[in-house]
Design a protein around this ligand. Structure first.
Ligand SMILES: Cc1cc2nc3c(=O)[nH]c(=O)nc-3n(C[C@H](O)[C@H](O)[C@H](O)COP(=O)(O)O)c2cc1C
Length: 204
């Protein structure tokens, strides 16, 4: 049973969450996990000025996804940072190249799940994930979120991302906050939960 984690990250927060999601997937017996990143669209000079080029070196070893890579997965967990309350353009652009897969019903019945990162606490984590779900539903995917059996999302004694829609982190407006243990725990849970459900659907 194959789980693919397809993400975009500019400064590394979504990548850190993706690693934790992958750890969760690996806890499920028989689950194979592959991390892939979608192609960058921002020109090098702009990445350099914003400090993103340096940050992106940390995950430059992760292979770049092609739309057809999605076809042989049993579950796909997508990670994308928020841009104005929606997924980033790099991920949108990637998904907009999956029309061929859609025409062949290639993703119908696969598990789909989403996690995200925002700069601010109420900057659009939930809208980013639920609007992402619309695309997955057009593909006929079976949406899986983060059930309240993951009790870390009840946490009120510290600032924390995470909701029934999926794991999230809050990067801070200057990107200085990395995912907390609580948030990474939710990311691991999401990976494990998706893999467990995919395993049942595949019947393996
Ligand atoms: C153009 C742009 C728009 C953004 N819009 C939002 C937003 O609506 N809400 C928010 O909280 N953060 C917003 N951010 C901050 C990013 O979501 C944040 O940098 C990102 O989650 C960090 O994850 P990464 O390190 O994986 O790229 C925006 C950033 C950029 C560059």
């Amino acid at each position: 049973m194959k789980v693919k984690i397809v993400f975009y990250s500019m400064y590394g927060h979504v990548y850190r969450m993706a690693e934790a999601v992958a750890e969760g997937v690996r806890e499920v017996k028989g689950a194979e996990v592959e991390l892939l990143q979608v192609p960058e669209l921002v020109p090098d000079g702009v990445l350099e000025k914003s400090g993103a080029r340096k940050a992106r070196e940390a995950f430059a070893h992760i292979p770049v996804a092609k739309p057809d890579d999605l076809a042989d997965a049993d579950a796909i967990i997508f990670g994308a940072p928020t841009r104005f309350g929606n997924m980033c353009g790099q991920m949108r652009n990637f998904l907009d190249q999956t029309g061929g897969l859609w025409a062949q019903n290639a993703l119908v019945g696969k598990v789909g799940s989403v996690f995200t990162s925002t700069g601010t606490q109420h900057g659009g984590q939930e809208t980013t994930i639920t609007s992402f779900h619309t695309t997955l539903l057009h593909h006929g995917m079976v949406i899986v979120g983060l059930p309240y059996t993951e009790t870390r999302q009840f946490t009120l004694d510290e600032i924390s991302g995470g909701s029934p829609y999926g794991a999230t982190t809050i990067a801070a407006p200057d990107g200085s906050r990395m995912p907390s243990e609580n948030e990474l725990g939710m990311a691991r849970f999401q990976g494990r939960h998706v893999a467990t459900i995919a395993k049942k659907l595949v019947g393996a």
